[in-house]
Design a protein around this ligand. Structure first.
Ligand SMILES: C[S@@+](CC[C@H](N)C(=O)[O-])C[C@H]1O[C@@H](n2cnc3c(N)ncnc32)[C@H](O)[C@@H]1O
Length: 120
């Protein structure tokens, strides 16, 4: 199967991103998609992937157990019971107007989402 649309794997950025990650016990990857970072990094004690697209979530393959959450990352991140040793990696869709590609995700972001994110 080819790389997931929007995956950082295609740009060779994965190891550079992983190298920047501070120590953590819980790794949360919102907007999981193909989970290019999750499946390349060493596992944390607890690993959680969140994705709105159920088909993408089911297709995600990882060499270690990951808690898969089907739903909205905004809601999950707002409600999570943080203990202080979490690392959250977010790779949301670019706003469509700022993309070079005309392709769309089934669950995409529009300007109103940017406003919602900025104000929590
Ligand atoms: C840029 S892609 C992520 C690519 C991923 N980092 C990878 O390695 O393949 C963005 C993903 O966010 C998902 N998405 C869009 N809105 C979401 C939301 N509110 N909550 C969770 N996932 C969402 C889309 O379905 C899409 O899979």
């Amino acid at each position: 199967m080819g790389a997931y649309f929007g995956s950082k794997a295609t740009s060779g950025l994965c190891q550079a991103i992983i190298a920047l990650m501070p120590p953590h016990d819980t790794y949360i990857e919102s907007h999981l998609g193909g989970g290019a970072i999750m499946k390349r990094k060493p596992p944390a004690l607890r690993n959680i992937g969140i994705e709105r697209n159920e088909r993408a979530l089911q297709a995600f393959e990882c060499p270690y157990p990951v808690e898969r959450v089907h739903g909205c990352a905004h809601r999950f991140l707002a409600d999570f019971d943080y203990q202080g040793r979490e690392l959250v990696y977010c790779d949301p869709p670019y706003l469509h107007a700022r993309r070079s590609s005309g392709r769309r995700y089934r669950f995409d972001y529009e300007d109103r989402n940017r406003v919602a994110v900025a104000h929590g």
